[in-house]
Design a protein around this ligand. Sequence first.
Ligand code: UGA
Length: 481
Amino acid sequence: MSKDELPNLLMSKPIPIAVVGSGYVGLVAAVCFAEMGHPVICVDNDERKVKALRGGDTLIHEQHLPELLGRYRNDRVRFTTDLGEATRECDAIFIAVGTPQSETGDADLSYVEAVTCEIARSITSYKVIVEKSTVPVYTNEWISRALERNGVERNLFDVVSNPEFLREGTAVVDFLHPDRIVVGADSERAGAILRDIYSPLTSGEYYQRPDGIAGCCSVSEPPPLLTTSTKSAEIIKHASNAFLALKISFINAVSNLCEATNANVEQVARGMGLDTRIGPKFLRPGIGYGGSCFPKDVAAFRSVAEQLGIDFNLLKEVEKINVQQKKRFVSKVRSAVWNLRGKKLAVLGLAFKGDTDDIRESPAVDIISMLLNEGCSITAFDPAAVERTRQILPEGDNMRYAPDAYEAAKDADALLILTDWAEFAELDLRHLNQLLRYPIIIDGRNLYDPAVMIDHGFTYLSVGRPVVHPARDMASASTNI
Ligand code: UGA
């Protein structure tokens, strides 16, 4: 589509929006707001990033992002380093900068503070400042206070919390087809502006567009917008991520119980998930959760609770199970290959989950590091995350990277699956068996049916399911899945 043919929404009220920060949340929000019909200025203080984005390089591996960036860049979405100009030109300013974990586990809010102070210098008319980064409760109050301390009159701004629930890998679809939109606004005026911004989605208008990004929302089932207090919205975000992490740790603990009893966690998870009060999602056992959100947010939420004098030790257990799950996997590798020292292992997967090149807090990277420490040599492959992993695990005698899964498998003593990329579930098993020195697969993501693995002559270890060996377990294979 040429820029002259940009989709014209029926939308009555395009609202000039500034998005500060062009990371996963900021960049996706910027192009999606443009897709909804709003003019957007996306601000980042990293000139190199701004230049790349202007040139159409998304910098991250994310479905639909290249398409939307191509459609709107330097037109309905402009990229700049000038936050002052963006503040002056826009009615709503979304803060989507990083809130990394500090040494104490708290969220480090210094970027949010720096941006707030810079915004304060340029406010001359009413603005809604929207907090989209994941932040602890009371951050909105601190932003208001910082704006006032920096000389902004109280009637010239409102601060709103509008947490984002997108997942990496499906970020654009999640943004445009959300389960819910949460707007934490203590002022009616600010709440109304946010409702206008999201009206193309909540009215169902967006879903009429033939060229719109497809997803689960529709004209007849648009997403609900929930209006809450700012503090409730802040807590909704942290509580949601902590609860999802808890669900994963819970099923991982159950998977350990299944291993100890020769039960099958896939059957258990299915049996639990069919209860609509529990639901089937986020009950996939594995090697523990990773990524830039769950580990950081569980720690930050726990820290908030501690500071408020609330006993939330449940979250400590969630973290503990997550750490143990990685160690258990290394023990499982040992149980399959005997001594780890000197073993040559093929690893499929480096990213913290499939469909992304993000390796932040990746359990795959942690497990590789543990195996390297034990004296293994690793040949790894990932469809998108090799370049990033090279920065922290440089190529050397014991660490190598292969151009595809089969090259990684050549002559290895065993093959490990650590990331749930769809292509790892569709390997040519016959070929793989020929390439491996020993036909042993240790699958941290349960991508295969054990019965199929036996048929292809593999010893197959997975998570929460009985170990199967080709010669010994023919009888149990068909009953274990
Ligand atoms: C998570 C949340 O799912 C989003 O709703 C939220 O907006 C985002 O954090 C954020 O706060 O920005 P994300 O980190 O992209 O999204 O990834 P998830 O798909 O939630 O997966 C997180 C980790 O849990 C991955 O390592 C994944 O492999 C693992 N996982 C997930 C499991 O081990 N089992 C499951 O059943 C689901």
